[in-house]
Design a protein around this ligand. Structure first.
Ligand code: PBG
Length: 330
């Protein structure tokens, strides 16, 4: 039989395969999310996230030095604050001496070239565990935006390079941009979680920060009134277009692996850098399978992250960033 086309010709050995490879994963693509706690020399494990820790600022700084040495040049910061600092307004979020502000400053002082991207949202600071202020049993969009803008200015003052609003309030990118401009933080960028879905895959993250929505009277138990409905795809474009108009510098899709159709669709129409968040539940699933001996850790990590890049992600937020950097280096 004469076959004119045999696709396997270009798969015969690794040299040929690497010659025609369309996507290359690099440590440059990766951002490491980190959880910060109060104290000194503290490192706490998170049961649903093996090998991920909550660290006090001093140890977070040490970790940043190591990450930078491995080629990871950006970290995304989250704080776990003591219960007594939480209220309905999230005011701890813009405390000049708050945990986040001190963490940013310490990391920038020790590793100045590390891109520091703190999260912006109320959930770690909210008694209700919501990303916004509760008014009449609802998450109030407009009063929340005012607080988010204050947080952004405070984080910029602490030295943040890029602020990362993950709250999904309408109009917050524009309001944050305006506040940064007015306060002369013209070079602080905004990475907007533009299409963030109400997802069950955030479970391990919420236990890491103790930030899950609380079971209180008529307060919603989920985030479906502000995060997106996972049945929808076109709606992601509406969200993304709005954030671009409002001045976002980078946009983000979240979660990652189950949402690669959204990533690829957004990539087709948007020219800004595109972030993808390989979230805590995705990490937990992989590690659980590895612990059972059902998946090869190293292969599964590199394949997952490469597929996110293939779908169109430029910047990948992943808890496996450090492991991937070590693997890519070999
Ligand atoms: C909250 C926030 C969440 C994540 C990042 N920022 C959780 C949520 O929306 O409830 C999830 C990240 C992850 O699961 O890894 N503003």
């Amino acid at each position: 039989m004469i076959l004119f086309s045999r696709n396997r010709r270009l798969r015969t050995n690794e040299s040929i395969r690497s010659l025609i490879r369309e996507t290359r994963l690099s440590t440059d693509d990766l951002v490491m999310p980190m959880f910060i706690i109060e104290g000194k020399n503290k490192k706490e494990t998170i049961p649903s996230m093996p090998y991920i820790f909550r660290r006090s600022i001093d140890l977070a700084v040490e970790e940043c030095k190591e990450l930078y040495h491995l080629g990871i040049k950006a970290v995304n910061l989250y704080t776990k604050v003591p219960e007594e600092l939480k209220d309905n307004t999230g005011k701890e979020g813009w405390n000049r001496d708050g945990l986040m502000q001190r963490a940013i400053k310490s990391i920038k002082d020790s590793v100045p070239d590390m891109v520091v991207m703190p999260d912006i949202a109320l959930d770690p600071y909210s008694i209700f565990g919501h990303d916004g202020i509760i008014k009449n049993g609802k998450i109030d969009n407009d009063s929340t935006n005012i607080v988010l803008a204050k947080m952004a200015v405070s984080l910029a003052e602490a030295g943040a390079d890029i602020v990362a609003p993950s709250d999904m309030m309408d109009g917050r990118v524009g309001i944050i941009r305006e506040a940064l401009e007015k306060n002369h933080y013209t070079e602080v960028g905004i990475l907007s979680y533009s299409a963030k879905y109400a997802s069950s895959f955030y479970g391990p993250f919420r236990s890491a920060l103790d930030s899950a929505p609380k079971e209180i009277n008529d307060i919603p138990r989920d985030k479906k009134t502000y995060q997106m409905d996972y049945h929808n795809s076109r709606e992601a474009l509406t969200e993304v277009y709005r954030d671009v108009e409002e001045g976002a510098d980078i946009i983000m899709i979240k979660p990652g692996l189950p949402y690669l159709d959204i990533v690829s669709k957004v990539r087709e129409v948007i020219d800004l850098p595109l972030g993808v968040y390989n979230v805590s539940g995705e990490y937990a699933m992989l590690k659980a399978a590895v612990q059972n001996g059902w998946l090869d850790n190293d292969l599964a990590i590199i394949e997952s992250l490469t597929c996110i890049k293939r779908a169109g992600g430029d910047i990948i937020f992943t808890y496996a960033a450090k492991e991937a950097a070590l693997l890519l280096d070999n």
